[in-house]
Design a protein around this ligand. Sequence first.
Ligand code: AP5
Ligand code: MG
Length: 207
Amino acid sequence: MNIVLLGAPGAGKGTQASKISEKYNLLHISTGDIFRANIKGGTEIGKLAKSFIDAGKLVPDEVTCDIVKDRLTWDDAKSGYMLDGFPRNLYQAQELDKFAKIDLCLNIEVDESLLMDRICGRRVCQCGESYHVSRLNGKTTCAKCGKELYRRADDNPQTVKSRLDTYNTQTAPLVDYYKAQGKLKTVDGGKGSIDDIFAEICKILNK
Ligand code: AP5
Ligand code: MG
């Protein structure tokens, strides 16, 4: 099964993707993680992406679509994948439909008032796990791999405001795009614990 995960910044896409990937053995592809790895590695893509990410804006479509198109040709994508953070506008969604067959769009809906705290309190690991300071009980390392946690450079109030604005204007219309294709399933990602929301997602995926 090939899934698109849709949701505002901080909705819980990465958190739920990690759990889905483990339980259903689906490859997790996050364009945000790919860009951050490129920034860390000092690549040309990383240099280009950094200015857009720091401003809370979308990295240009051509670059992003090429990365995803190429990634989906790898062997590990053949038995199913989850796209986290792609597509992010109508153009990307239409391009994706040209090189992939998407079965389901899982839309994680969260009231905007919760997102700023979630993002600004987030701590992440380079292995892809993310946490919230309120549940870390003072721990500074990843429970999965033991590496030191850090705060993402774009997780500051000013950039988050811009990311939310980008989401509302460019990404939110994809809800209607996938609804029109009969592929949309929405979960309330603002009510309940991470495990409660995962249970709702499992109900959808088990059908
Ligand atoms: P990206 O990395 O995709 O960031 P994002 O979409 O802003 O989403 P986040 O990763 O911030 O949130 P999330 O939904 O994964 O939440 P998480 O699970 O961590 O993209 C970053 C940038 O890269 C973009 O701004 C753009 O510049 C660029 N980019 C990426 N893709 C692109 C594309 N396709 N085109 C162009 N540019 C692109 O959870 C957040 C926090 O909430 C955590 O602390 C978590 O523990 C907590 N939490 C989760 N669930 C719950 C819950 N149920 N209750 C309480 N807390 C919870
Ligand atoms: Mg994420």
